[in-house]
Design a protein around this ligand. Structure first.
Ligand code: SF4
Ligand code: SF4
Length: 327
């Protein structure tokens, strides 16, 4: 345990050093890995690219390919997020996937719309050793929820979430950590305080509000520039084995490699990823789709274990320093 913590601390130190320097090649491997079991979804939420924007082919990740990824990643990745642009519960082998990563010593995270969370599935997820589950549940009432989460039933989803939390309690399972996530929208703002109070009564470990990801399009990001830290912390594997830099690239516009042909280690310092890191240093990201319109560059993130405030100050300083260097 002590050795693991020391290694984790060292990787964060490397990350900070290389992120501040704007290095193109890195002497450490990513701490986070996103894996997309499937990009299919049972819903068409209003704010999601599933609703007509995503053009890439839909499918399910092959379990043997998944095992190969985990077999390599377990040597350096701390956290595996088993979702990208889709509903992961649609993958029939999801519990086995979770179990495989947990047995490899990784922290596993699942984000779900909870529509398909039957008692049997819930039991399988708990038994598999899942470390954290986030339920997306953002409607303050049936009408608003069903207008946003098109295809879902408010009552059914609410009951599924409550039943999951009750089952975990009944089984006296320490894991997964349960999280209710709400995306505030203009039309739901007025109901939010009461809704959050109601959600807290469900008994989850935490309730959080997240802003949903937006694209800046023609809005300038010059005055609030925070270099993206994804290329220094994360890789995202699509269901078909292709790899992107983050979960924002829902359509695979910037492919950095393919795990069917390359190892994660090769991809991490590939020319495509080096080019992306360089683009955040010399600000040529405007030539890179999808980064050119990504609002992640206007807001700081907290992927390292620093407080949000400390990281905001740090990434703001890095942005200014790189801007000054360019002049
Ligand atoms: S449940 Fe998630 S992936 Fe599916 S449409 Fe809604 S936001 Fe998109
Ligand atoms: S700027 Fe946005 S699209 Fe580009 S790597 Fe970062 S999060 Fe992904």
């Amino acid at each position: 345990m002590h050795e693991k913590k020391t290694k984790h601390g060292l990787v964060h130190a490397y990350f900070l050093y290389h992120y501040i320097r704007g290095s193109h090649t890195l002497n450490y491997m990513p701490m986070n890995l996103m894996i997309e079991p499937t990009n299919r979804c049972n819903l068409k939420c209003r704010m999601c690219p599933q609703d007509g924007l995503m053009t890439r082919e839909k499918g399910l990740m092959d379990f043997e390919l998944y095992k190969r990824i985990i077999d390599e990643a377990k040597n350096f990745v701390w956290c595996v997020q088993l979702f990208h642009t889709g509903e992961s519960l649609l993958h029939p082998s999801l519990p086995e996937m979770i179990e495989y990563a947990c047995q490899a010593g990784m922290y596993t995270v699942l984000n779900t719309n909870a529509c398909l969370l039957t008692e049997e599935k819930s039991s399988q997820l708990i038994k598999a050793g899942l470390s954290q589950i986030s339920f997306s549940f953002d409607g303050p009432n049936q009408q608003a929820y069903e207008q946003i989460r098109v295809g879902a039933s408010y009552i059914q989803v609410m009951n599924n979430i409550k039943a999951f939390i009750a089952l975990k309690k009944q089984q006296q399972a320490r894991q997964p950590y349960t999280l209710l996530e709400v995306i505030p929208m203009e039309e739901t703002q007025a109901y939010l305080p009461d809704f959050l109070k109601e959600l807290k009564s469900f008994g989850a470990d935490d309730v959080r509000c997240w802003g949903y990801h937006e694209w800046t399009h023609n809005k300038s990001i010059n005055n609030h520039y925070y270099p993206c830290e994804y290329p220094y912390t994360t890789m995202a594997v699509y269901w078909d084995g292709r790899v992107g830099p983050c979960c924002m690239d829902y359509d695979g516009k910037y492919i950095i490699g393919d795990v069917k042909e390359q190892s994660l280690t090769q991809i991490w310092n590939s020319l495509k990823l080096q080019r992306l890191r360089a683009a955040f240093q010399d600000r040529s990201y405007s030539q890179i789709e999808p980064c050119q319109n990504c609002s992640f560059l206007t807001s700081p993130k907290t992927y390292v274990s620093l407080s949000g405030k400390a990281f905001r100050i740090l990434s703001g300083m890095v942005g200014k320093a790189r801007k000054a260097r360019k002049k």
